[in-house]
Write a new protein. Structure first.
Length: 271
């Protein structure tokens, strides 16, 4: 069994205070893009993850599935990595969700979608999103999802800044707490929802508030190159720019090549 595992960007990320479970309240829009890993899976005698030595999420997800629903069931998985690691693009979460979905299909009694969602939420906050098609509004700790009808007719330029140093997501949230970033969460959340309610065309996405967790001068460079919206994805360091047409996106790719690794892609509905 083989399937693509797509990256995501966060079209805005509003972060609030710590919850009783130790996670932060947040509101975000998850949007898949067409930069993908590939996952191959087959039943096996032992759980084996090949192709990406740094994996922890796929292994953890399949161990949970085996313990929850299929005692003694194991799988061999090969991960073909294309999504940059620890970049804020959700590659590990997407790999885990894709492996979960494929492995679940091999069970004699596959878990129902809601049950698989709940299991995925124990692996990581982004993982459940990748079990669902289309853009989703993420709330709570990010695992409470609501489907969205958003425009998909634009191009995406992804930039992984040269010489970037990925700080752990936990440290990014610690820095957010240290600067009292949660203050005014209610007002920012309401502004986010108001802007979201007015989105009809791609350019309307420009009105969504910026990422609360992280910012980057690369976003300014993308806007100067013609992006109608640019922001950090998740906890970063990857930055995206949205363009109405492919040629301006390609021009931006050439103009900004000095900044780091750059991909041109587009929204993806599933995968």
């Amino acid at each position: 069994m083989r399937a693509p595992a797509a990256a995501k960007i966060n079209l805005g990320l509003v972060v609030g205070p710590l919850r009783d479970d130790g996670k932060h309240e947040l509101l975000t829009i998850y949007q898949r893009v067409g930069l993908v890993d590939r996952i191959d899976l087959e039943p096996a005698d032992l759980l084996r993850i090949e192709g990406f030595a740094g994996d922890t999420l796929v292994r953890g997800a399949l161990e949970r599935l085996a313990a929850h629903a299929a005692a003694g069931r194991r799988w061999r998985v090969r991960i073909e990595k294309r999504i940059p690691v620890a970049a804020g693009l959700g590659g590990g979460s997407s790999d885990a969700a894709t492996a979960l979905r494929l492995a679940n299909e091999t069970l004699d009694e596959p878990l129902a979608r809601a049950e698989l969602h709940e299991l995925a939420a124990t692996v990581g906050a982004d993982v459940p999103f990748f079990l669902h098609d289309g853009p989703q509004l993420g709330a709570g700790d990010g695992t409470t999802l609501e489907p969205l009808e958003l425009p998909q007719d634009y191009w995406v330029v992804l930039v992984l800044p040269k010489g970037h140093h990925k700080v752990s997501t936990a440290k990014v949230y610690d820095a957010f707490d240290a600067r009292r970033g949660a203050d005014g969460f209610g007002e920012r959340r309401d502004a986010f929802l108001e802007a979201l309610g007015s989105v009809r065309r791609p350019r309307d996405l420009a009105a969504l508030p910026p990422n609360d967790l992280a910012s980057s001068p690369v976003a300014d460079e993308l806007r100067s190159a013609g992006a109608f919206r640019a922001d950090v994805s998740g906890a970063g360091p990857a930055v995206y720019g949205l363009f109405h047409h492919r040629q301006p996106a390609r021009d931006a790719q050439r103009a900004l090549a000095r900044l780091g690794r750059i991909w041109i892609t587009a929204p993806a509905w599933y995968g």
